[in-house]
Write a protein that binds this ligand. Structure first.
Ligand SMILES: [Zn+2]
Length: 494
């Protein structure tokens, strides 16, 4: 869900609305030889540890050198066919070894290195964490709002008024709340498209993200074409965060083509992706965003387009031909009556597409629902259960496919030895999930955030035993409630 940008020196929202016509597999780094029993590097100094850590030890995070052995997962979906079987690289009854934030081995009966934390995963599934390619975390402040509005009504009634009242502490409260919700739902990487323009608010935003331990990309809409603030934000706030990365955000439209060009130039100078909302509503055909992005020379693998619903056949072909990346946000698109992305056509042409929760218009961080909806919408459209995407397609899209779309598949997205250790453990022993019939299908069709038992980002445990580690959840909620109450009071006073 895009926010129409209202930067100080950019065209006004009204200008934008007028311009809108209505109202506004990357190469995998294997680095190891896969063997039948033990796939991955041999563990260093192997010893059996006698301590088996039990889930539920909240407040006892896996830290130190972050050596963790996930022991005996009943099914590991590595997403890497070179590591396991089939398109999802499945391995039965396997261990996953993480050392210093890196996956070093996936296989059976791995020996635990000295000092390793051994975590029993028997009866559970392990897989890569979800990659959320598009969100707006601050919009947690308007959860459940404007439910009878479309995109433009939602801006007017919900996002625009609330954005104008944000304070640094409110931003911190909402972003922290939403980021932790994403983490507890199994999201290990997220891309946040942000059109907030003052340095103190941005600082608070980035600090909240960094404090959660999630891997994140801050996609910043620059308020001015000169790139001064955006450079400062990247250098001072994002670059120092080990798991932080940066993109330049824009909203492609003829009315702001010069601004779009400036944003593309800044992105190129920085060597980062340009991240644009594109054709979320049919009325935005009048903006000709694909034409604008073509004219400024941005079509290519350094461009990420969000929603991408109302493209013509020729535009989808151009996107595919230039290896442009896309974020599909089906739950948001349904909520706002935006339309249905032609995901089947994108898949047929081999476009690298990830999934996006899209912040406030989603009202949840439920990636299982997102995957299920990505399948269901295409089936409903085609009245054909055989169309792309199938279950294995959405699982890949939610993990490795998202990483490919972001150009980070050499580091995350699959449980390939050598990649960063972003891992989730799903516990199927639940009323909504059991009994086992086809766990791959059940992850997509039955899974819920509460079935996500453990989450590791860069080898660090952020959730164990179904609970966030070292997080006072009640306090996070209380602070968000207090911040929301202050914003409501400010609105009533204003
Ligand atoms: Zn959006």
């Amino acid at each position: 869900m895009q926010s129409i940008p209202t930067p100080p020196s950019a065209p006004s929202r009204r200008d934008l609305l007028t311009g809108l016509g209505l109202a506004a597999a990357a190469p995998l780094v294997l680095g190891v030889t896969a063997g039948p029993a033990l796939r991955g590097r041999p563990a260093q100094q192997p010893v059996q540890v006698d301590q088996i850590a039990q889930y539920g030890q909240v407040g006892d995070p896996v830290q130190g050198d972050r050596t963790v052995l996930l022991r005996g997962a009943s099914l590991v979906l590595t997403m890497d066919p070179a590591v396991g079987n089939g398109p999802l690289g499945a391995v039965e009854n396997a261990d996953v070894l993480m050392q210093n934030g890196t996956i070093t081995a996936v296989g059976t009966a791995l020996r635990a290195p000295r000092g390793a934390r051994v975590v029993d995963a028997s009866g559970k599934l392990a897989m890569p964490g979800f990659v959320d390619t598009h969100t707006h975390l601050w919009q947690a402040v308007i959860r459940g709002g404007c439910t009878d509005r479309d995109l433009f009504g939602w801006f007017e009634g919900c996002t625009d008024p609330q954005r104008g009242r944000l304070t640094p502490s409110a931003v911190h409260s909402f972003v922290r709340l939403a980021a932790l919700d994403a983490v507890q739902s199994g999201v290990t990487t997220l891309v946040d498209w942000v059109d907030i323009f003052s340095y103190d608010l941005i600082e608070s935003y980035v600090r909240a993200l960094a404090g959660t331990g999630v891997r994140f990309t801050y996609a910043m809409f620059p308020p001015k074409p000169d790139g001064v603030l955006v450079t400062r934000v990247k250098k001072e706030l994002v670059d120092p965060v080990p798991l932080g990365s940066f993109q330049v955000a824009t909203h492609a439209a003829r009315a702001v083509q010069d601004l779009n060009r400036a944003h593309w130039d800044i992105a190129q100078d920085m060597g980062v992706m340009l991240n644009s909302h594109v054709l979320e509503r049919p009325e935005q055909r009048a903006d000709d965003p694909i034409g604008v992005l073509t004219d400024i020379g941005a079509l290519g693998p350094r461009l990420l387009i969000n929603h991408a619903i109302h493209l013509t056949d020729a535009e989808i072909a151009a996107v595919a031909e230039h290896d442009v990346r896309a974020a599909h946000c089906p739950l948001s698109n349904m909520r706002l009556a935006s339309g249905i992305m032609r995901l089947t056509e994108f898949g047929r042409r081999g476009v690298k597409v990830g999934l996006g929760l899209d912040g406030g218009t989603n009202d949840s961080s439920d990636f299982h629902a997102l995957m299920k909806t990505a399948i269901g919408l295409q089936r409903a459209r085609a009245t054909d259960a055989g169309v792309f995407p199938q279950v294995h397609d959405v699982l890949r899209m939610a993990t490795l496919g998202g990483a490919e779309a972001l150009g980070i598949a050499d580091r995350v997205g699959s449980l390939t030895p050598g990649k960063r250790a972003d891992v989730v453990v799903v516990d199927p022993a639940a009323l909504n999930f059991a009994p086992r019939f086809d766990w791959v299908g059940q992850v997509v069709f039955n899974g819920r955030p509460e079935n996500v038992d453990a989450v590791f980002v860069d080898g660090r445990a952020l959730k164990l035993g179904g609970r966030l580690v070292e997080v006072d959840t009640d306090r996070v909620v209380r602070e968000a409630e207090a911040a929301a109450a202050r914003l409501r009071a400010a609105g009533q006073a204003g």
